[in-house]
Every structure is written in structure tokens, then in C-alpha cells.
Design a protein around this ligand. Structure first.
Ligand code: PLP
Length: 394
């Protein structure tokens, strides 16, 4: 007997990056020689002072449920982080710690959205945004961008997309999958549009805040336009900057009224974030930050290597990334009648089966005709992966 799933769940797909990663791992376990540039996570180990804090939490007995919104010490550290690094003032009742940024976004969608509300998402987008929105009954409205606009939306596009059904606008900078970063001027221009539409709430996903190497340094829309304070929710976490993807700690900060509702969602789903991980995250935020600088330096080095190689292939066009650890390359020149690739998905399948190279097709991010390569892996593997790519396609 097949059990019929809910109508709601039929609207969404499993995360395509997770599915691709699982496929690559399955082939590897069958003894196939696979290089995967799929995972959106650092290859570095979690720094040892952070692990030690977790071990101490275990040995001293911090192994029980915590307050729904997180331990007071961690909330205080998040408060100080916003004050010192972003010059933003959030009270402790405006901060909610969750099990990863993904849960923060899920909480927000459940707490805010009604059926048929529209949510504006610039593409290419992080794969989970549309499905989190659909699961809340709302409708994603995708704004396409391309290489000519450096994968960033223009104010006119935002203006045109806003209707009286628009409830939320999501912005992610540095971006997964492109590594693009919005400049202060670009953020100011988007803010100008948003100021005209007071019904639109803004979610700024800053999870790659610290993984940035280009000038100008990191800004989000709220640091540029403080008038948006009453309707902006910042999503951030320790997963990427501190190589802590498996610890599952993210946080949200914004208006107390919406944070209270998000906390309600969390209290009825996961109760509280993991107690041990919260102590690890506390050490990540308060401890020595040189680990972050060291990792960012390594990403930049790898970025330069991969970018140069990609652009040495005449059919490929790739912009430099300014942050995060991905490159998003235009491979549309390979999608024509002379090749057998009718789509980026077919090309990626071919690379996996013929060359043992796992990548993510641009279609997964709402931008067909591209591939995403994660360079959060060793230079040796990156060089081998790039050779496989070239030898198979050219
Ligand atoms: N937001 C973006 C843009 C991401 O790329 C990711 C992970 O890939 C997340 C959120 C989720 O982060 P977390 O692991 O903290 O749930």
C-alpha cells in the first residue's frame, strides 16, 4: 500500500544539493573514484578551542533542554556581536537561537506567511528558500539575474515585482551560489524601493558574512538603511565561518513581535537548540577569531586557482566571487546541438558518470545554463577536479 503524503509536502522536493551529495557518496561507497565539489560546507575541521568548549559542556553536565530561545550566555554573545561588528542594537528578546540558519528561516516562514502571500527571492538562490516558502503555503516570486548584472537584482526589478500580496523579500550576500556581494550603494538603492512598501518584511541571510575578501567589506541592508529596523530580520549562524555545519546553530534577530512568534514555532518543533552545540557556538563567537581569518585566506587562494582555470576554458565564463566558497560558471556554450547536453542537468550527470566529478547544476538554484563548484576542498582535489572537467568537456 502506498501511503498518500500531504498536499503540502507534495509541493516540495528534497534539497537537490543533499540529494546530489548522497548520490556521489553512494558511488564512492561502490568503489568508484569520485571527486565531489557539491557540499556547501568547509572542509576544515571545527577549531579545537570550540570542540573543547563542547567537551566541557558534556563533562560538566550541560546536557539537558535549554531555554527555547537559547542559553542566556549565547544570546548575550550574539547581542555583543551585533553591537560590535554591525553597530546594531537588538535586545535579548529580539534574538532567537535555532538549530541552524535553515531552522531560523523555517521559523520565520511559519510565523509570518499566510496562504498565497508572495515572497520575492532573487535567483540564483540558495536551494532551500523556495521550498521553505512553499511549505508555509506562500508563493515564491523569483527575480532572475544574470552575469551582466553580476547576479544581483536591480532596484527596478524589485519595484516591479512588489505587489499588494508581497509579504517578504529575501536577500543573501555574500551569495550562495555566486559569491556576489551587494555594495553599500546597491543596498541603499534596494532600501529606497523597500521604504515605499511598508508591508514588505525583509530577511537578510548573512550566513557568509565573515567569508569575504573583496572590498567593500560586509554590509547588510539594515546597516545601510536603519529606517528598515522595524521590519528586518537578520539570519546568521556559526555553520560556515567556524566550520561548524554539523553542530546546527543559527540565530535570528529582528522585531520582538515576530521573534516571539518564531520562538513559538520552535517550542513546538525542536524545543531548543542542542545544549552542547550552544556552548561550542558561544566559544566560537567569544573566542580567538584567527581561525576564521586563516580559513578565509585559504578560500581566497583556492578561489583564484579555480577561477583562473575555469576562465582558461574558452566555452566557460565565470565571474570572480567576492565571498562565500563557490564559483558559479556559465556553461551555456556547451548546451548546443554539437554536444549531447540538452541542459545543465544532463551535463552534470555526464560529468558524474564519465569523469567521476560531482557538481551542482545551475537549475537547482533557479539559473539553468550554469554549474556551481564549491572550492571548500583541498587544492590537490580541486586541481584533479578541474582536469577532469576540462578533459571531459573540451
Ligand atoms: N543560507 C545559505 C545561503 C546557505 O548557503 C546555507 C547552507 O548552505 C544556509 C542558509 C543554512 O545554514 P545552516 O547550516 O546554518 O542551517
Amino acid at each position: 500500500m502506498t501511503i498518500q503524503p500531504s498536499n503540502r509536502i507534495q509541493l516540495i522536493q528534497p534539497s537537490p544539493t543533499a540529494a546530489l551529495l548522497a548520490h556521489a557518496l553512494e558511488l564512492k561507497s561502490q568503489g568508484k573514484d569520485i571527486i565531489s565539489l557539491v557540499a556547501g560546507e568547509p572542509d576544515f575541521d571545527t577549531p579545537s578551542h570550540i570542540k573543547q568548549a563542547a567537551i566541557k559542556a558534556i563533562t560538566t553536565g550541560f546536557t539537558k533542554y535549554t531555554a527555547v530561545d537559547g542559553i542566556p550566555e549565547l544570546k548575550q554573545a550574539i547581542y555583543s556581536k551585533f553591537r560590535d561588528q554591525n553597530h546594531l542594537d537588538f535586545g535579548l528578546n529580539q534574538i532567537l537561537v535555532s538549530s541552524g540558519c535553515k531552522q531560523s528561516l523555517f521559523n520565520l516562514a511559519q510565523a509570518l506567511l499566510n496562504d498565497h502571500d508572495e515572497v520575492i527571492i532573487p535567483a540564483p538562490y540558495w536551494v532551500s528558500y523556495p521550498d521553505i516558502i512553499k511549505l508555509a503555503g506562500a508563493t515564491p516570486v523569483i527575480l532572475k539575474t544574470d552575469i551582466h548584472q553580476r547576479f544581483k537584482i536591480l532596484p527596478q526589478q524589485l519595484q516591479t515585482a512588489i505587489t499588494n500580496k508581497t509579504r517578504l523579500f529575501i536577500i543573501n550576500s555574500p551569495s550562495n551560489p555566486t559569491g556576489s556581494v551587494y555594495s553599500p550603494d546597491e543596498l541603499a538603492a534596494l532600501a529606497e524601493v523597500l521604504l515605499k512598501h511598508p508591508q514588505v518584511i525583509i530577511a537578510t541571510d548573512d550566513v557568509y558574512e565573515h567569508i569575504i575578501w573583496d572590498k567593500p567589506k560586509f554590509h547588510n541592508i539594515l546597516t545601510i538603511e536603519p529606517k528598515l529596523y522595524d521590519r528586518t530580520i537578520i539570519i546568521n549562524g556559526v555553520s560556515k565561518a567556524y566550520a561548524m555545519t554539523g553542530w546546527r546553530i543559527g540565530y535570528a534577530a529582528g522585531p520582538a513581535s515576530i521573534i516571539r512568534q518564531m520562538k513559538k514555532v520552535q517550542s513546538q518543533t525542536t524545543t531548543s537548540p542542542c545544549s552542547i552545540s550552544q556552548f561550542a557556538a558561544l566559544e566560537a563567537l567569544n573566542g580567538d577569531q584567527t581561525c576564521v581569518q586563516d580559513m578565509v585566506q585559504a578560500y581566497k587562494h583556492r578561489h583564484d586557482l579555480v577561477l583562473e582555470y575555469l576562465n582558461s576554458i574558452k566555452e566557460i565564463r565565470c565571474l570572480p566571487a567576492q565571498g562565500a566558497f563557490y564559483l558559479f560558471a556559465d556553461i551555456s556554450a556547451f548546451l548546443n546541438n554539437q554536444t549531447n547536453f540538452s541542459s545543465d542537468i544532463k551535463l552534470v550527470e555526464h560529468l558524474l558518470l564519465k569523469a567521476g566529478l560531482a557538481l551542482v547544476p545551475g537549475s537547482s538554484f533557479g539559473s539553468p545554463g550554469h554549474i556551481r563548484l564549491s572550492f571548500a576542498t583541498s587544492e590537490t582535489l580541486l586541481k584533479a577536479a578541474l582536469n577532469r572537467l576540462k578533459n571531459t568537456l573540451v
